[in-house]
Ligand binder design. Structure first.
Ligand SMILES: [Zn+2]
Ligand SMILES: [Zn+2]
Ligand SMILES: [Zn+2]
Length: 461
């Protein structure tokens, strides 16, 4: 569905102007080749090559509409650019799938027989929040039913909620009592989450070594833990991690030289995640012990026997999470201060989280935190992997770039093969985004149509 928007006379004028230009077709082509990006980068410049037979061939943006070439913004976040985020998720999927299923991107097919587990590590509770849950039959259950004689909290608020919240209920993720909610611990968790994950991977290696009856050194000579993980914000504004964790041998993609299957790996992950602790300093001088939450999920993917999840599904789950970020909380991707916060129209909960983060950032142990309040204190990478998991995003992108260049070259009958030598290449940034609101509107509706075509093709397949 193309959203119905009110077009001002100015925008209509801009649309008519664009569509009436003789180079409109070329402009549409550019739109298509930058994937209907929401805010493309506009470049001005030229390149020249010497072809194999000594001819000089070249390209200049002087002949392009508005004398610019539009290229993708490349943003990972769906809230910023649906198109580039879709492409990013696709690249992520390739990377994840290669490491799970093998037989592609330089990962051998034998990787399928390595123990592999899809794990979700959550944060602990910082106070009850409104939530959705399933009852025993999988139906919708009440949020937080009262047990025994219901007693209000010290602030006189109910400690129960008998509502069955819909998926779009704005109360979801909001605390039942904000005064009972432990905001500093919540922010401390987000801030230290990357370190907690690192500790978890160390604890996991130790746990596995113990299970196999080996010393740490013996273990590392026979086995390596490879993983890829993404951080996802839960509704309450705390990060949790989804990871694909695999056992390898000491060499690249070798079989591990210990006798552990996927079920044993899952068991070790649960044990390590429930044991790992990180004591951090709080402004009042007290030590806060951080740990993962009791809600811990592991599913075996493969490893000789049939797993609970297929590599395709596991890869799809993680790739999907990788395009979300804290923008869903209305904070945008820029720095936030307590002064600019009221302009953002965020929930009371997010307001308190941001203010707590700012306050905590004044303490020396939390230096730098104020730069990350728009991420609710999370400063880690949204997606990261150990060195040996599979290929890299960079390799996948450059493969796609080469493919597109070849396509473009074939299209324009230029001789951009291996025998050409680059003689001139000069580019400068002309701007970001579309030139007019009319162009933006045209690009947006073309993007919606392209998505619909893609969906229809998928449905037909
Ligand atoms: Zn984009
Ligand atoms: Zn509720
Ligand atoms: Zn309370």
């Amino acid at each position: 569905m193309i959203p119905r928007v009110e077009l001002s006379p100015q925008v209509v004028k801009e649309i008519v102007h664009r569509a009436g230009r003789p180079d409109f077709e070329r402009w549409s082509e550019q739109l298509h080749s930058c994937g209907y990006c929401s805010r493309p980068v506009r470049l001005r410049g030229r390149v020249a090559y010497h072809s194999a037979d000594g001819r000089r061939v070249g390209y200049s943006t002087d002949g392009e509409p508005d004398r610019v070439l539009m290229i993708r913004c490349g943003n990972r976040r769906a809230a910023v650019c649906p198109s580039c985020s879709y492409e990013y998720a696709g690249d992520m999927w390739q990377l994840l799938y290669a490491g799970a299923a093998g037989g592609r991107k330089g990962v051998p097919e034998s990787i399928r027989s390595h123990p592999l587990v899809f794990a979700t590590l959550t944060a602990p509770g910082f106070g009850p929040v409104h939530t959705t849950r399933a009852d025993r039959t999988g139906g919708h259950a009440r949020c937080r039913p009262a047990h025994g004689t219901p007693r209000p909290c010290p602030h006189g608020r109910p400690t129960w909620c008998t509502a069955i919240h819909g998926e779009d209920d704005p109360r979801l993720g909001q605390p039942l009592c904000p005064d009972c909610y432990d905001y500093p611990a919540h922010i401390a968790f987000n801030w230290h989450a990357p370190e907690l994950w690192r500790r978890f991977t160390i604890t996991l290696r130790r746990t596995l070594a113990q299970q196999a009856g080996l010393t740490a050194k013996q273990f590392s000579q026979r086995c390596r833990v490879s993983f890829v993980k993404v951080a996802e914000f839960q509704r309450r504004g705390v990060v949790h991690f989804h990871g694909l964790i695999r056992l390898d041998g000491p060499g690249d993609f070798d079989l591990p030289q210990i006798d552990l299957d996927s079920a044993a790996l899952a068991q070790a992950i649960r044990q390590a995640a429930s044991h790992v602790r990180l004591t951090v300093e709080m402004p009042d001088g007290s030590g806060l012990v951080l740990r993962f939450g009791a809600q811990l999920d592991t599913q075996t993917v493969n490893g000789g026997t049939t797993g609970q999840l297929t590599p395709e599904h596991a890869a799809r789950y993680i790739a999907k999470y990788a395009t979300k970020s804290a923008e869903d909380f209305g904070l945008g991707e820029r720095r936030v201060t307590p002064e600019t916060l009221p302009l953002l129209n965020v929930t009371d909960h997010v307001d308190r989280l941001v203010r707590t983060a700012w306050h905590l950032g004044e303490h020396p142990a939390y230096e730098g935190l104020q730069r990350w309040v728009h991420m609710l204190g999370f400063r880690g990478h949204f997606a990261s992997k150990s060195r040996h998991y599979s290929t890299t995003l960079g390799a996948i992108r450059s493969e796609r770039r080469t493919y597109r260049q070849r396509q473009a070259a074939e299209h324009s009958h230029e001789l951009l093969d291996n025998k050409t030598t680059l003689v001139v290449s000069h580019w400068e940034l002309s701007g970001v985004g579309y030139l007019t609101r009319g162009d933006t509107t045209l690009a947006h509706s073309a993007a919606v149509r392209a998505r619909e075509r893609r969906q229809a093709a998928r449905d037909a397949a």
